[in-house]
Ligand binder design. Structure first.
Ligand code: SF4
Ligand code: SF4
Length: 482
């Protein structure tokens, strides 16, 4: 793209931010970060007064002591980077990924049964989308093998693939998990490919033997846990209402001590009254020893008792900012802090992510339930309304295309002018369905929150890139946790 003498210029679409004493622009159509210098700032200042022709812009720059050649080069460079654009340019739609986009990750829900009765659970609670009635409660080996084969077939062209084990409570079907790890490792090795594994668990069923198996096989572990006893036991309870902290804490400590091959992560669900982010982080990181802790507000209709209201979310943001400041201090010393919500966004910024869809659901990622039904992701498993086919019969490509079409950023009218869209892309499809009854609806209830948090992460990224750029190399391979 070249600027020409006949162009009339205006400012491009960007979000300016300051970090580490430097000025940056987040270039929205490219999802890229541009560091401003005084020359670029001069052009932006001129165009902020209104559009200018090529001749006018060069003329004003030469009046500001730019040599004609330097002014022309500068305008060309800013035009190529899309910091400035032609007034008649239109927003180019973001291309959809190809229809044969290869699978990379399969989430296998080994069971839809759980030994806890967490009141906010999206699988069993008031907002559930699953319809498991009459379907198998536990996946069997035939379905599991077919699922692994499906992943290897549908991911052709990719050297490395990933399986995440999920539930219900995943470890209620640990014997199957063991067999799947062995079978999938053998099948991948036969094809000269790599496969790795992770699981999510509530931690209640961890035993020394299970921990040893997970460590030996490099299975990454995320524990769903909400914090110290008073917070964990509010909603993460057994069927008789008894809290789960006392059962889980010693098992988690043993896991962290004895699982030597992968970092162990805690995933916290924030609900009304469980929003003390800093206190929760300190307990899980410092007292129990988790390597990383990530937080997500509960997915629910706004009128549920455990829903976090707007004021509650403002409080969460304030606490996020405290941890974000700490994160930056750690990063400037070259140390990982452990707050996953920052790391996940930094990774996306470092990798220059510019999303057509909010996540990999139905794209590079799919879920499969105990019955073999295929879903866009683990949260839609066992839902008749959202099924995308079955392992035995394959993916229903028309349903998949419909899901992806509705979730595409180009079809979310409200997001078109939002500077945060390269990273947000409208937010989680499952949350959109729970809130708006449509997986393709943008999650408009938290836009201000998302933009504030994205701006915070941009500032952290900018400060690190200015003061300790080598630290960012840690994020080349990182994938966000969902
Ligand atoms: S959902 Fe809101 S924050 Fe996200 S891209 Fe759309 S408008 Fe922006
Ligand atoms: S963001 Fe939502 S839709 Fe996407 S994978 Fe996660 S839970 Fe599923």
């Amino acid at each position: 793209m070249t600027a020409t003498q006949t162009c009339t210029y205006r400012l491009g679409e960007f979000h300016p931010f300051e970090a580490g004493g430097r000025q940056f622009l987040y270039l929205v159509p490219a999802g890229a970060i541009f560091e401003m210098d005084p020359s670029a700032a001069a052009v932006l200042s001129l165009l902020s007064e209104g559009a200018a022709t090529h001749e006018e812009l060069i003329g004003k720059l030469t009046q500001r002591d730019f040599a004609y050649h330097d002014a022309t080069e500068l305008v060309q460079e800013l035009f190529r980077a899309r910091v400035i654009v032609a007034t008649d340019s239109i927003q180019e739609p973001l291309e959809a990924p190809p229809s044969d986009f290869p699978l990379q990750s399969l989430v296998m829900n080994l069971t839809n049964q759980c030994n806890l009765s967490c009141q906010y659970c999206y699988e069993f609670g008031d907002d559930k989308v699953a319809t498991p009635e009459g379907k198998p409660k536990f996946m069997d080996m035939a379905t599991a093998k077919a699922s692994v084969d499906f992943l290897l077939e549908q991911s052709s062209g990719r050297k490395a693939v990933h399986i995440t084990f999920f539930g219900g409570e995943t470890l209620m079907n640990f014997p199957l998990l063991e067999q799947v790890v062995k079978y999938a490792s053998r099948r991948a090795a036969e094809q000269g490919r790599q496969i790795d594994f992770s699981l999510t668990t509530n931690g209640t069923l961890l035993t020394p033997a299970i921990i040893e198996f997970l460590s030996q096989n490099r299975v990454g572990v995320t524990v769903s846990m909400d914090g110290p006893p008073d917070l964990q036991d509010k909603l993460r309870v057994f069927a008789n209402g008894k809290g789960s902290y006392d059962i889980i804490a010693p098992r988690v400590k043993a896991l962290i001590q004895n699982h030597r091959t992968r970092p162990i992560t805690a995933r916290v669900t924030l609900t009304k009254g469980v929003t003390d982010v800093v206190r929760i982080f300190r307990h899980l990181k410092d007292d129990l020893g988790f390597h990383e802790v990530g937080f997500a507000p509960v997915t629910t209709s706004p009128d549920r008792l455990y829903a976090i209201g707007e004021r509650g979310m403002d409080g969460v943001l304030e606490e996020f900012h405290i941890l974000a400041d700490e994160y930056l201090e750690y990063a400037l010393r070259g140390e990982m802090h452990g707050f996953s919500n920052v790391s996940d966004t930094i990774a996306e910024l470092y990798q220059g992510v510019n999303k057509s869809h909010p996540c990999g659901a139905a794209l590079g990622l799919m879920g499969v339930g105990p019955s073999g039904d295929i879903a866009p992701c683990h949260r839609f498993v066992d839902s008749d309304t959202h099924s995308l086919g079955n392992i035995a019969t394959g993916v229903d490509r028309a349903k998949q295309a419909d899901f992806l079409n509705r979730g595409h950023i180009n079809n979310k009218y409200d997001c078109r002018t939002c500077w945060a869209r390269p990273l947000c892309a409208g937010g989680c499809h499952h949350e959109a369905f729970v809130r708006y009854g449509d997986t393709g609806h943008p999650n408009l209830h938290y836009c201000d929150w998302i933009r504030d948090w994205t701006d915070t992460c941009l500032r952290i990224f900018g400060a690190i890139s200015a003061q300790n750029p080598e630290f960012l190399e840690k994020f080349a391979e990182r994938k966000a946790l969902n």
